[in-house]
Design a protein around this ligand. Structure first.
Ligand SMILES: Nc1ncnc2c1ncn2[C@@H]1O[C@H](COP(=O)(O)OP(=O)(O)OP(=O)(O)O)[C@@H](O)[C@H]1O
Length: 287
């Protein structure tokens, strides 16, 4: 069975085509690394899978059904979720806030929902983080809680939008390993977006690389090649392998590292605000 099927799907935002006529099948149970330059449509694709953005044309099926908003079988970790440094709520309340029956200020959970929160915390090894305020936790600890939150409802598909941003390489490795474990233990399909391929290399079954409105899905050896990437970037790309790491180069620039730097600049600059507002605008047009 396929977890996700796209047939001639075109996704557009504000009259702009982001992805054009994409057809692909993502088999159930696979770990897919979603890569591509800034603005290539990684988040937009996830939002379409969540049913938050209807394709302009084509059909998009998720877990055997047309994409629909609020699909409980999907766990989502949005990109903006990393910014929680000022939050005073506890780890428990943060995870519980997405469980059935919880309202901020009125945390009345059924015993079953409480058990589900406890189980989600246990699955990511975050029981000890439950009583601590979010603002006090390290980036890696917060990622664990975000994953626990995404696991509420026992999803069959996890959409994780850039969970490695602002983590050091060791913490990045821990997050990837944890997601890999969850994929295997619970037979979950994972879409994991990132700016750099290397932290994901040993974990992913396939890579989905986006660029220039197009997409390439396949094993790393088939997608991370000069011809495929040159087409997606719209300029000549070299692929260099050094000691088990892969570098995607445009002339002397490492394009993935450039995108990463840009993203860090983003977090403090105007462009990030614009980006966030663009999303908020787009979102509000659906509510
Ligand atoms: N409402 C909107 N109208 C027009 N364009 C938009 C709108 N919202 C987002 N975009 C644009 O859509 C493109 C795809 O954005 P998306 O967030 O999906 O990219 P991404 O691959 O996730 O990027 P990043 O790596 O920077 O997070 C971007 O160029 C963005 O500026």
């Amino acid at each position: 069975m396929n977890a996700i099927e796209l047939r001639d799907v075109t996704l557009a935002l504000g009259g702009r085509t982001i992805l054009a006529n994409i057809s692909l099948d993502i088999p159930a149970g696979q770990f897919i690394g979603v890569l591509g330059p800034n603005g290539s449509g990684k988040t937009t694709l996830m939002r379409a899978i969540l049913g938050l953005l209807a394709p302009k044309s084509g059909t998009l099926r998720v877990l055997g059904e047309p994409a629909t908003r609020g699909n409980p079988k999907i766990g989502y970790r949005p990109q903006t979720a990393g910014n929680m440094t000022t939050l005073q709520i506890s780890g428990w309340d943060f995870v519980a806030s997405v469980a059935d029956g919880y309202r901020l200020g009125l945390p009345i959970l059924s015993p079953a929902a409480r058990a589900e929160v406890q189980q989600a915390l246990a699955r990511v090894g975050a029981e000890k983080l439950a009583p601590r305020p979010l603002g006090e936790l390290s980036g890696g600890e917060r990622q664990r809680l975000l994953l626990a939150q995404a696991l509420i409802g026992d999803p069959k598909l996890l959409l994780l939008d850039e969970p490695l941003i602002s983590l050091d390489p060791r913490r990045q490795g821990e997050v990837v390993e944890l997601v890999k474990k969850l994929q295997h233990e619970f037979a979950i399909t994972v879409l994991f977006s990132a700016h750099e391929l290397n932290p994901l290399l040993n974990a992913i079954d396939q890579v989905l690389y986006l660029g220039s409105g197009q997409a390439a899905l396949g094993p790393v050896a088939e997608v991370i090649t000069p011809p495929v990437l040159s087409k997606l970037y719209g300029s000549p790309i070299d692929v260099i392998q050094v000691q088990g790491r892969i570098f995607v180069m445009s002339g002397s620039h490492d394009v993935e590292a450039d995108a990463h730097r840009h993203e860090h600049g983003h977090a403090h600059g105007h462009s990030h605000d614009d980006h966030t507002h663009a999303h908020a605008r787009e979102e509000s047009s659906h509510v």
